[in-house]
Ligand binder design. Structure first.
Ligand SMILES: [Cu+2]
Length: 146
């Protein structure tokens, strides 16, 4: 009996959390084998009434994953970590080269064009999205040093 109640509660909780966040057009930058860092880009849309933040990301291909932005510093574009990335209500946020991105640091595998990587995204509303087959693409723009 108790077990049945737990199951019912779990189903309700899942329904409440149902997908307000949608990720599309995700891809990862291909890098030469000697480079140990790369970045992931994507569109994140928020269909809820409240602002949602991307808080954290992980990937099996990188020892550390950070959220980054590009800022102009003394005439140079530089990357720096941000605590979170906001997606406004009924809006979308673009992660793109020379802008916001998910930084993959300490790659443990080469990233070849045509292969895929797995990315896990954790949002402030409790949603966790696993992107299982993010394609690796060649991206020339926005190659900046830290
Ligand atoms: Cu970066």
């Amino acid at each position: 009996m108790l077990k049945r109640i737990f199951v019912a509660l779990f189903v309700c909780a899942t329904a409440v959390l149902a997908a307000h966040i949608e990720v599309s057009d995700a891809y990862v930058r291909a890098v030469p084998p000697n480079l140990k860092n790369s970045a992931a880009f994507m569109e994140i849309s928020n269909t809820s009434q409240e602002e949602v933040f991307l808080l954290r990301a992980t990937s099996p291909v990188a020892s550390t994953v950070e959220l980054h932005e590009h800022v102009a510093h003394q005439g140079m574009m530089k990357m720096r970590p941000v605590e979170k990335i906001a997606i406004a209500p009924h809006s979308r946020t673009s992660l793109q080269p020379s802008g916001l991105h998910v930084m993959l640091i300490g790659l443990n595998t080469p990233l070849h064009v045509g292969e895929t990587v797995t990315l896990e995204l954790h949002f402030s509303n409790g949603e966790e999205i696993t992107l299982k087959e993010v394609p690796i693409k060649s991206v020339m723009m926005g190659m900046h040093k830290h």
